[in-house]
Design a protein around this ligand. Structure first.
Ligand code: ADP
Ligand code: MG
Ligand code: ZN
Length: 602
């Protein structure tokens, strides 16, 4: 665009100069008095004319008194003929110095030729411009099938394994890849086949993309980064040609790493889609498979791919010779969370008292991205409040903010609503406190956060990788603690419990249909989730059991929920005084922290 503007400006200038010259010449003509042929004739008859210069049709007349004049005659007729026609005597004509110039004067050139030449030039230029424009579009169309993969600048954003906290096993696996890239010969002489594809599996935000970058940084090789969705365009065949182009480029720059992020966008099981785009996806996937097979053992290109949905990937992608190596990245445990926090706390002025270990304790289930976000939120809040450093309350507030949404102090509850909320949260907290397998209470509050009127935070004593049957039963009772308290103390229910009910129903269903924990239905799963690709979501659950079993499942789910309610009711009925204590404290202080809470219930 800038280019075109520049050219336009040059053209404009050019024409402006021409116009200036043009007007200069025509101005000169205006200085000279133009007279008619009849006037010239009478001048000649009066013997006033000294000389006449003829150029084409133009007559430049010089009078005896030095005055210059200008006239025109008809084309084709010579001046003498014209004068004879006007009855000018031949001897008078002979007395005038008549000069005939066969070339038109420059003034004549400017005034007669240029008006034709300039528009013609202009039109030619215009056509030329348009042609170039069209060619530009063509050029772009030609590059449409190119991969558009971004090569990470090795010098600028060098990430290494140092920048990735935790994920020890994953790093170990990837170190092997680094070794392949650095010293391929070592493995080739052993007759070993160098793996081509490595699939990084893990929940969103666990650092898959980061690890891939770090791997290329460690190996010091170029890194082609492309996202699975970039292959899928509106036009069929583009994805496949982009794959071809990407692999071609990579082969040229070998040794290198190709990183296909979010590969599930193209790598879903084939033949499962509805709608038009799946053909395109299949072609793209086929092309990836073909290219991976096409590598010989000498080509030192390693393909990393990342996904959080390994279950939907096409089995052909996972077979040996393709993405046969799989690196699983788990959510970080408490130590890893501390390490991640340490990395992201760099460059952020934390106050003296801030203990990142405590933050790590309070954030089970957080991914690396969540933790990075947490510290960022804390930094933003501190800056907003014009603090010099990020103090502990700010960091702790940031945890809850990431967990539950921001506090809404302006969301003021009426006295009655506040009371109901206090009893509701007290119900959750008390049941959690008294049941042996429930997670201990960390904080109870009746300040609105996100969409909840109040909240109770329970945190496990330590990180859990597995849950037992008893854990689930107590967890369900805790979820109904709020509901039970409302019913017992007000003999009335509010909409505030609907979120709890959704969660408990989900748990009860999982117990019966997924975990095989129900005695009556036995150790099996019920229902098979099918992927409806065109929405990319599980929207369809196919039944692999009878109508009768369906009824039994419903019955068992209801039974679990009723049992949980009974437990919650019993705990609250027997400890009404304790509920009152918690409520009184909540009404006064709005928030109770763990220590105060335990003190209160001693
Ligand atoms: P994914 O690709 O798995 O969804 P990313 O690699 O994009 O996740 O991670 C998002 C961000 O989270 C990273 O940019 C980084 O700041 C942070 N992060 C995640 N895991 C870690 C980790 N193990 N160490 C340090 N930072 C991490
Ligand atoms: Mg990612
Ligand atoms: Zn609740």
């Amino acid at each position: 665009m800038k280019e075109i503007l520049k050219k336009f400006a040059i053209f404009f200038l050019f024409f402006a100069i021409i116009a200036a010259i043009f007007s200069f010449f025509s101005q000169e003509n205006e200085d000279i008095n133009e007279i008619s042929v009849a006037a010239l004739v009478s001048e000649i008859k009066n013997n006033e004319v000294e000389s006449i210069q003829i150029s084409g049709n133009e007559l430049d007349i010089t009078l005896k008194n030095e005055e210059k004049q200008f006239s025109k005659k008809e084309t084709g007729e010579s001046l003498t003929t014209v004068l004879k026609n006007y009855d000018v005597p031949a001897e008078t004509i002979a007395g005038i110095d008549i000069k005939v110039g066969d070339e038109p004067s420059s003034g004549m050139f400017v005034s007669t030729i240029l008006p034709f030449v300039i528009p013609a030039l202009f039109i030619i230029a215009l056509i030329w411009f348009m042609l170039r424009q069209v060619q530009g579009v063509n050029n772009r169309a030609m590059t449409f099938g190119q991969s558009g993969a971004k090569t990470a600048n090795q010098q600028k954003n060098k990430v290494s394994f140092k920048d990735v906290a935790g994920a020890h096993e994953a790093k170990e696996d990837l170190l092997e890849i680094v070794e392949f890239l650095k010293h391929p010969q070592k493995f080739v002489t052993m007759g070993a086949k160098i793996p081509k594809g490595v699939l990084l599996l893990g929940s969103p935000g666990t650092g898959k993309t980061l690890l891939a970058r770090a791997t290329s940084g460690e190996a010091k090789v170029p890194f082609f980064h492309i996202s699975g969705s970039e292959f899928v365009e509106m036009f069929v065949g583009v994805g496949a040609s982009r794959v071809r182009d990407l692999f071609k480029k990579a082969k040229k720059t070998a040794p290198c790493i190709i990183f296909i992020d979010e590969i599930d966008a193209v790598g879903r099981q084939r033949g499962a889609g509805l709608g038009g785009s799946h053909d395109e996806r299949e072609q793209t996937l086929n092309q990836i498979l073909v290219e991976m097979d096409g590598f010989d053992n000498e080509t030192n290109v390693i393909i990393l791919a990342a996904t959080n949905r390994p279950d939907v990937l096409d089995p052909a992608l996972l077979r040996p010779g393709r993405f046969d190596r799989q690196v699983i990245i788990d959510l970080p445990d408490i130590k890893e969370r501390k390490a991640i926090l340490d990395i992201h706390a760099k460059g952020k002025p934390l106050a003296k008292g801030v203990d990142l270990k405590v933050v790590a304790q309070r954030t089970p289930g957080f991914s690396g991205a969540d933790l990075a976000n947490l510290l960022n939120e804390a930094a933003i809040m501190a800056a907003r409040d014009d603090k010099k450093v990020i103090d502990e309350p700010t960091v702790l507030d940031a945890i809850e903010r990431v967990l539950l949404g921001r506090e809404r102090r302006s969301h003021i509850l009426s006295e009655k609503e506040k009371k109901v909320t206090a009893y509701h949260e007290a119900g959750h907290a008390l049941v959690a406190h008294l049941l042996p397998n429930a997670d201990p209470v960390h904080k109870v509050s009746i300040i609105s956060r996100g969409r909840a009127a109040g909240y109770t935070i329970n945190l496990p004593k330590e990180d859990k990788k597995m849950s037992t049957y008893s854990d689930f039963l107590d967890q369900m009772a805790v979820l109904l603690g709020g509901y039970a308290a409302e019913k017992i103390f007000f003999n009335e229910l509010t909409t505030g419990a609907s979120g709890d009910l959704k969660k408990i129903t989900h748990i009860a269903r999982q117990l019966t249909t997924q975990f095989g924990m129900n005695e009556k239905l036995g150790p099996r799963t019920f229902g098979k989730k099918d992927e409806m690709v065109f929405l990319g979501k599980e929207i369809h659950e196919s039944r692999d059991y009878s109508e009768k079993t369906a009824e039994a499942i419903d019955e068992e789910i209801s039974k679990y929920i009723n049992d949980a309610l009974k437990t919650a009711n019993k705990v609250i009925e027997e400890n009404k005084d304790k509920i009152e204590k918690i409520v009184a404290e909540l009404m006064e202080k709005e928030t109770i922290e763990k220590d105060t809470f335990n003190e209160l219930l001693k």
